[in-house]
Design a protein around this ligand. Structure first.
Ligand SMILES: NC(=O)C1=CN([C@@H]2O[C@H](COP(=O)(O)OP(=O)(O)OC[C@H]3O[C@@H](n4cnc5c(N)ncnc54)[C@H](O)[C@@H]3O)[C@@H](O)[C@H]2O)C=CC1
Ligand SMILES: CC(C)CCC[C@@H](C)[C@H]1CC[C@H]2[C@@H]3[C@H](O)CC4=CC(=O)CC[C@]4(C)[C@H]3CC[C@]12C
Length: 342
């Protein structure tokens, strides 16, 4: 999207632990595209990649709420990695830093308190225990506190954090997992979450556009945007996590069985705890990381939706992809998977 939408762009550096073949397709235009295989936990690698950059968009992160990696690794990547990016900007003189934070920085909290169509100023007790939200909250705090630090050359660093709600769209691994689970169950998924529980979702293309826009506007509106957080939002409907997924999985042949959860909540709690025990017992043999665990169950059962226009007011954000376009593009992606699955 940067290559398509940013006329001022002269060089695009992509720093990632895992570089994919898709990068080769990006190298065909007038902009110099530099792919750098590196680890954000290695400060020297980050500094080498950042040196000379005008703006850094730091979106690398370990998104793990399924127990696939250790809490230490999550902290190392999400917190120390972010610290390394900030120090690289300061040491090499990069003045603008955009960070991909998360709704998880706010909630849902461990008390299961709903956040109903809230905004960046809505009072809410952000209390976390899980390593992932803890790491995102700490990383965001580091980014916001770094706003105004002097970088090499003596000018101030300008930082901004974007908080997407649940991202969906092409490449969404969890959607892929739901789809394959439905195929294994004969085209059916069984409702586990009450339809009344709203969970915020945002299309990946709109999240990407907000990042591009902030990267462009941060220099010109530094006094207003510096040190600020913005929820990433669009016109995706407010629905339960499962009902929202069915907007894409339904047209691909899956059916959600039940108008209300088929199992009582206490049984889901028991099964989630059993999954934790099985994960621990099986770890020496294999990675068992199902969708259902105490954290995902609590998250899915707690309303968390946003209603805000702060990004529009501060830097003119309007989601380029309508709900209909976002839905169509995601369905096409699942259908392409379906083709590969058959
Ligand atoms: N998926 C979601 O619903 C949401 C994601 N986010 C945030 O968006 C960002 C991107 O996440 P996703 O695209 O969902 O996940 P993803 O796993 O698709 O992307 C993360 C990227 O970071 C890279 N990475 C991981 N460890 C690294 C390391 N040590 N060094 C360098 N690169 C590393 C991965 O290779 C991957 O390309 C993350 O910061 C995440 O916390 C925020 C809100 C919602
Ligand atoms: C009871 C069911 C088996 C639960 C299935 C749904 C869960 C896997 C997902 C429900 C809410 C999701 C999280 C939410 O969208 C917020 C997130 C923000 C991020 O920064 C990363 C992803 C996530 C934690 C997301 C993960 C899957 C859910 C827990």
């Amino acid at each position: 999207m940067l290559l398509q939408q940013e006329p001022q762009l002269r060089e695009l550096r992509i720093f990632d632990l895992h570089l994919g073949p898709w990068l080769e397709e990006l190298k065909t235009g007038p902009v110099q595209v530099t792919a750098i295989q590196g680890d954000v936990t290695q400060a020297h690698e980050v500094a080498a990649a950042v040196a000379g950059a005008h703006v850094v968009i730091h979106t690398a992160g370990l998104v793990d709420v399924f127990g696939k990696t250790s809490p230490e690794t999550i902290h190392e990547v999400n917190v120390q990695g972010t610290r390394n990016v900030i120090e690289a900007c300061v040491q090499t003189g990069t003045r603008f830093l955009v960070y991909t934070s998360s709704m998880e920085v706010v909630g849902p909290n461990i008390k299961g308190q709903p956040f109903y169509r809230g905004n960046e100023n809505t009072p809410y007790e952000a209390v976390h225990r899980h390593p992932y939200p803890c790491s995102k909250a700490l990383a965001e705090q580091l980014v916001l506190e770094a706003n105004g630090r002097k970088v090499l050359g003596g000018l101030p660093l300008v930082t901004c954090a974007l908080r997407p709600t649940g991202i969906y769209g092409e490449g969404h691994q969890i959607m892929r997992d739901f789809y394959h689970q439905g195929l294994r169950l004969g085209g059916r998924l069984f409702r586990a979450i009450p339809a009344s529980v709203e969970h915020g979702r945002v299309y990946v293309g709109n999240v990407a556009w907000m990042h591009v826009l902030v990267a462009r506007e941060l220099e010109h509106r530094a006094a207003l945007m510096g040190g600020q957080v913005y929820f990433c939002y669009d016109n995706s409907p407010y629905k339960s996590y499962e009902d929202f997924n069915m907007e894409f999985l339904g047209p691909c042949g899956l059916r959600l069985v039940g108008t209300r959860p088929l199992l009582p909540y206490w049984l889901l709690v028991f099964l989630a705890a059993l999954n934790v025990l099985l994960q621990w017992l099986l770890r020496p043999l294999l990675l068992y990381a199902p969708l259902l665990n105490p954290y995902t169950l609590a998250m899915a059962n707690t309303t968390f939706t946003v209603s805000t226009d702060k990004a529009r007011r501060h830097f003119g954000y309007e989601p380029p992809f309508s709900w209909e376009e976002s839905r169509t593009r995601t369905i096409r992606w699942v259908q392409a998977m379906e083709g590969s699955a058959q």
